[in-house]
Design a protein. Sequence first.
Length: 157
Amino acid sequence: MFPHKVYEGPGFEQRLRLVEQAVAQEPRFSVAASDRGLFAEIAEELAGSYAAATRLLFVCGRDAAERIVNWDYGEAGAFPKMLERFELLVAARGGEYAPPAEMRARIHPLRLGENCDSISATEVRRRIAAGLPWEHLVPESIVAHVRELYAGKAPQP
């Protein structure tokens, strides 16, 4: 969850539980929470929890990658230097992301199945509020929990 984004509906703990449930059967993934805002700060915080050889990859959409890469961090070359500590996996949301040439070794496309670029939590909440099918958009392991969180409520995007 990003500190610059407004969230409505389920709180942080509830959203964190959904993510934990979604990846519980995938041994390559781990879930951690941080109140830090920049990926570099989060990577620094995680350094003490993982072996030095652990590869940290943060997942984001194309829209977020564009903001992150082009953000004014206050000094020239700050973001490429941050990428020494982590990598980005970027999902095509509204188009493929083409990272700057000097960052291509650390920013990778996240290959999703067909018709996945429009899947988002916002779309799931919109469909629930409209009474449309949504279950196919989330992992089966969290369908019941999502139903529980939004039962009788009109979730906000």
